[in-house]
Write a protein that binds this ligand. Sequence first.
Ligand code: SF4
Ligand code: SF4
Length: 322
Amino acid sequence: MRYNFTPEQIADPQLGPATQAVRSCVHCGFCTATCPTYVVLGDERDSPRGRIVLMKDMLEKGGAPTKEQVYHIDRCLSCLNCKTACPSSVNYQRLVDQARSHIQDHYKRPLSDRLLRFAIAKVMTRPALVRIGLLLAKVTAPIAAILPGRLGAMARIGLSARPREYAGRVLPLRDAAMEAIAHANAGDVALVFGTEMSGLSNDELARCGIAATIPANDAFSSLNVAAAVQVAAYELRVAAGLSQVWSAPRFSPATHDEIEALHAHARRTLTALRFLKPENPRRLLPRLRRLFGRASLEREEVNILRGILARVDEFVAKADKQ
Ligand code: SF4
Ligand code: SF4
């Protein structure tokens, strides 16, 4: 990708590897289909390729990033699906880490964001506070669906493949999707996925009201994040009643008389072929009638079969004349 980093920026031990990551991106877009935020949101700025452009512009220019840049970089889950899909081995992780550090140093977030981040930083680094937080999450889980905004997202469903020591409810994803749709009528629902490397930690999972699991083959039970997101999205669609399939075109069934005419035609042709011996028919004709009945033939199919029999009749007549 073309860039305008200065020689000083490229030589910078912190920024240099990030500029290298920008340079190795060829903008091919192979990564976009593997990015859960792009799959769900459909906005190029929420794709790895779009974020690389946003991060390039931000780091090249230096100074305070724009609200738009921060918004879309914040939405990156750091799942690194894009890294494994990239044919150019773009070191996305190094780039996004550098971008986040730049945002931290140069961007003034709204007060509510700062307070939330401050609280998370304080709580998550203190086991005693984490325990209190988990207790609060458990107590408030039943009313989470009626809480607004981020609090509303407390009706969370964490996806995990591994059995753990977990005191909450564990549901197959299909059942969890039904609950999610029921909750969604009253408030927000968050589906919480872990990182590509290790999934949700026990603490993270414990903060979710429900642990949903995909009952996959035990030998391959751990899906990558993109696959798990896809399965979850499908189950939500089914649970929401949006999974009607297209219907095949309907044709007229053959009438009783048409089936009988086919049967009579088959009898004549098989006799001419000497396959059916009238003096010793055995059970051939009743078995044929049964076969036609079981096949629930359509009128067009009867016509095709009779057309085939007519061609056979012609060949047999010619062979008999020679
Ligand atoms: S797959 Fe790699 S090279 Fe292609 S757009 Fe994504 S990050 Fe860039
Ligand atoms: S790390 Fe994950 S969420 Fe972020 S751009 Fe890559 S695939 Fe998308």
